[in-house]
Design a protein around this ligand. Structure first.
Ligand code: HEC
Length: 191
């Protein structure tokens, strides 16, 4: 009887001890890593887009292609390197792979849409920890996400089901969605 009590007590102590540094079995360091990686990814897009803005020469097809496609590629690399899922998600998507795929993603997009101040948030479930970070439209994005009939020709050709146009500065463009699976950490021995 006493023994069961002590084992129970020990488990509660361990659980309390573990919880401040972890979120659904994912450690704080890994959460921080995800936040940093997404900020860098976002800066990469902003940097690439700004090189097109006010450029004195007419952008070539290659420069036009080289803004958001490399972001998608980098997102895949991040996912592989860290064992995360890294997605860009948008209701008005250009690449159909970026349409919301779960109720959770739809809810997160709605949350950003309804709260302009909300930059990012975490959410946990049985899958692990989800990190969502908003993406807003800036002036430099309008070269390709502005008026429908002013989109570069390669976009109209390559993305026949494109919905990612007619945005205005400050609109919600979409979000980054990172999933850090819980299992990864749970398999490691506790310190
Ligand atoms: C040079 C043209 C161009 C510019 C400028 C541009 N984009 Fe894109 N954007 C694209 C293309 C092309 C895709 C589809 C890429 C793919 O197939 O993954 C895309 C896709 C995206 C996506 C992924 C979701 C989707 O709809 O497929 C987001 C988010 C996005 N752009 C945001 C931005 C933001 C924010 C800016 C400004 C900082 C910007 N874009 C500037 C061409 C551009």
């Amino acid at each position: 009887m006493m023994r069961i009590f002590f084992v129970g007590l020990l488990m509660i102590v361990l659980w309390l001890n573990g919880s401040p540094a972890t979120l659904a079995g994912v450690d704080a360091e890994e959460l921080g890593k995800a936040v940093t990686a997404i900020e860098q990814l976002d800066q990469m897009r902003i940097g690439l887009a700004s090189t097109l803005e006010g450029s004195p020469t007419e952008p070539t097809l290659d420069t036009f292609k080289a803004v958001c496609a490399p972001v998608g590629k980098k997102a895949k690399e991040l996912a592989t390197a860290n064992g995360w899922e890294v997605r860009q998600v948008a209701l008005k998507y250009r690449n159909p792979n970026h349409a919301p795929q779960t109720a959770l993603e739809v809810q997160a997009l709605n949350r950003f849409e309804n709260n302009r101040q909300l930059q990012a948030f975490w959410q946990t479930d049985k899958e692990g920890v989800h990190y969502f970070r908003r993406i807003d439209v800036q002036a430099s994005c309008l070269a390709c996400h502005g008026a429908k009939n002013r989109r570069p020709a390669f976009i109209q050709e390559k993305y026949p089901s494109d919905r990612a146009y007619d945005f205005r500065v400050g609109d919600l463009r979409g979000m980054y969605a990172v999933t850090i699976p819980q299992i990864q950490q749970a398999l490691q021995p506790s310190p």
